[in-house]
Design a protein around this ligand. Sequence first.
Ligand code: TMP
Length: 215
Amino acid sequence: MPALFITFEGPDGSGKSTQARLLAERFRREGHPVLETVEPGGTPIGQQIRRILLDPANQELRAVPELLLMFAARAQNVEQSILPALAEGKIVVSDRFTDSSIAYQGAARGLGWDTVLQVDRIACQGLVPDLTLCIDIDTETGLSRARSRNRDSGSHEARIDQQAVEFHHKVRDAYHELARSEPGRVRLIDGSGSEEEIAAKVWDVVRIELESRHN
Ligand code: TMP
């Protein structure tokens, strides 16, 4: 199988991290080498940047530095982990990537898609996911899941989840817009139902994509 770059996207509390893990496990069971990664994070430097970005104490962080920190973590991840893994023929499964910056910083923070894409050109060296699975969930349902998870874990990563519900509506709308504007790459997957049901829908999309690449 050729190297493949698959990203998972979705609003907070959509269940995308679980689905990213389940897909990576499935590829491994079938004998494919996989790199699982996460944004922001994915490298030791990225993890340090993630702490700054998500710490609820950092209320003064402005939109542009937030965007640049997201891409600082991403640029490190692209160079240090993702491109080398793809060069080795691995399948890379990333929990979020540039589409998150489009939805959160571009749309919800109001910086605009073009600004995000300009930074992307510097940070990602032209790397675009082959397939993006966007787990779609009703905003209120996702937020209440994300917030109860934050309460249980001590809220160390709650800064962005804490934004008003209108912010999160804009995030979801942006994902719908991305799916409309790039239907070949970005696929919306209904995130209601059990983990297994959603994983089955994810696999259907991935399987069809793999088959089309073989032909
Ligand atoms: P996570 O909870 O899915 O790990 O994501 C962390 C938070 O960071 C989540 O609220 C979405 C946000 N985020 C952005 O705002 N922009 C980005 O580019 C990325 C990758 C995440």
